[in-house]
Design a protein around this ligand. Structure first.
Ligand code: MG
Ligand code: ZN
Length: 183
């Protein structure tokens, strides 16, 4: 199976980084983020959200609240651009729990790969943190750092460079589009 997917980080990539967002009302999309997702929909590339939500493990909010946030996120993407995320995966654990799904570990990617028949080695990984880039490298795919959220700070701290650095998600998607077309 050689299906390409796009693994997207949430906070700092799609929506503004707000440190443990725990209220759907606090969700704010970056300008162009909904349009970026819509572009991926048009390219028929599955868009897979992969997000570390240790606020659940730290008892700052519940899984039920997270699901409400994701429903609101889906609604905002739809209203703004008719855009759709094909799947939502989250790691609810705190780092101390030493789970297998907290990025940069591959648990969520492996689950998505098997459930959605996607090959991570031909897929794209977009995020604003070193963990997102490491995730993509661990999966054997192509990695793009966005300079939104923590992106600029993280860029200076990175040892292993991503395949591309983009100013925001829309610019990242433009790069993906070209890269896919180049085969
Ligand atoms: Mg992030
Ligand atoms: Zn986990």
């Amino acid at each position: 199976m050689n299906k390409i997917g796009v693994f997207l980080d949430r906070d700092g990539t799609l929506n503004l980084e707000k440190e443990y967002l725990s209220d759907p009302a606090g969700l704010e999309l970056y300008p162009g983020a909904a349009k970026a997702v819509k572009e991926l929909n048009k390219l028929k590339l599955p868009v897979i959200l992969v997000t570390n939500q240790s606020g659940i493990g730290r008892k700052m909010f519940t899984e039920k609240t997270l699901l409400k946030i994701h429903q609101k996120l889906a609604k905002m993407l739809d209203i703004e651009a008719g855009a759709r995320l094909d799947a939502f995966y989250f790691c609810p654990h705190s780092p101390e729990e030493k789970c297998r799904c907290r990025k940069p570990k591959l648990g969520m990617v492996e689950k998505a790969a098997s459930e959605m028949d996607i090959n991570p080695k031909v897929s794209y990984f977009v995020g604003d943190k070193i963990a997102d880039i490491k995730l993509g490298k661990n999966a054997g795919g192509k990695t793009i750092l966005v300079q939104t959220g923590y992106g600029k700070e993280e860029e200076n701290k990175m040892k292993e460079k991503p395949d591309h650095i983009a100013k925001n998600l829309l610019a990242a998607v433009k790069w993906i589009k070209k890269d896919v077309a180049a085969g």
